[in-house]
Design a protein around this ligand. Structure first.
Ligand code: KIV
Length: 293
């Protein structure tokens, strides 16, 4: 069996994906793709692969910074990683995730912090978590000219209130509230909504009821698009893997093997070899030797 060759050459430049593209894709019944990224090389690779949108998620806190949950992530940490991603991806729609307490205190603070993602983070849009209780902040952010994505269902910033990372909308009462929240977010001006860890038929129902695209994660195939946390997809996050993740690679294993090979090469003096060293002209060497040898 021959291995599939990997092309890393630059593909033809793609047209920039915008929130309008999102709307058109839903209208045409075309599926939307989104992945998370937190650094330049990852963003570059996914942009070349042709992903529609990149979310600089506050999952950063768990999969890159090693926190227990997303709550400790700050605006400064988010902006730092947003800038790196924006240097790598030129075509995908770039969405910055508003961290815990950057939008909950007041509408003014929410609007100012949303603006920082565009002014200082190189993002095209922002995302925040929550339903009806966020409608005022969403309206103000949209009025400032900032595209905003909602996030309903399992909202990790409310992990303490939800009693853990658990699926949402499993009773008729809870599901009805999510349908209402989705309609409220659409009315407030969101251009799209992430639906996380909700029953597949509920996600499909919501996707049919609203005219903006839904992006599912653990929400089945009835959404208008799909997102995964890249470190889950690459098997780069060691702590746990949610049930809804499909793994496309084993990067943690690959990295561990590469690091082990390096250590073995160095210890056995196979590295550096002749091809890895810088030579010095003999005449120059002789001159040096006369001085210090
Ligand atoms: O922070 C994140 O990565 C997210 C996705 C799970 C949608 O919010």
């Amino acid at each position: 069996m021959s291995a599939t060759p990997i092309s890393t050459s630059a593909p033809a430049a793609r047209k920039k994906v915008t929130t309008l593209t999102y709307r058109q894709k839903k209208e045409r019944g075309e599926i939307i793709t989104m992945l998370t990224a937190y650094d330049y090389p990852t963003a570059l690779a996914m942009d070349k692969a042709g992903v529609d949108s990149i979310l600089v998620g506050d999952s950063l806190g768990m999969v890159v910074l090693g926190y227990e949950n997303t709550l400790p992530v700050t605006m400064d940490e988010m902006l730092h990683h947003c800038r790196a991603v924006s240097r790598g991806a030129k075509s995908a729609l770039l969405i910055g995730d508003m961290p815990f307490m950057s939008y909950q205190v007041s509408v003014e603070e929410a609007t100012r912090n949303a603006g920082r993602f565009l002014q200082h983070g190189g993002m095209d849009a922002v995302k925040l978590e929550g339903g009806r209780e966020r409608a005022d902040a969403i309206r103000s952010i949209v009025n400032a000219g900032i595209p905003i994505m909602g996030h309903l269902g399992l909202t990790p910033q409310s992990v303490n209130q939800l009693g853990g990372f658990r699926a949402q909308g499993k009773t008729a009462v809870a599901a009805k509230r999510l349908v209402e929240d989705a309609l409220i977010l659409e009315g407030a001006g969101c251009f799209s909504i992430v639906l996380e860890s909700v029953p597949a038929r509920l996600a499909e129902l919501i996707s049919k009821k609203i005219s903006i695209p839904t992006i599912g994660i653990g929400a089945g195939a009835g959404c208008d698009g799909q997102v995964l946390v890249t470190h889950d997809l690459l098997d780069l996050f060691d702590r746990f893997t949610p049930k809804f993740v499909k793994k496309y690679a084993n990067f943690h294993g690959e990295m561990q093997k590469a690091f082990g090979d390096f250590i073995e090469d160095v210890e056995s003096k196979r590295f550096p070899a002749q091809e890895h060293i810088v030579e010095m002209d003999n005449a120059e060497w002789d001159k040096l030797f006369k001085e210090v040898g």
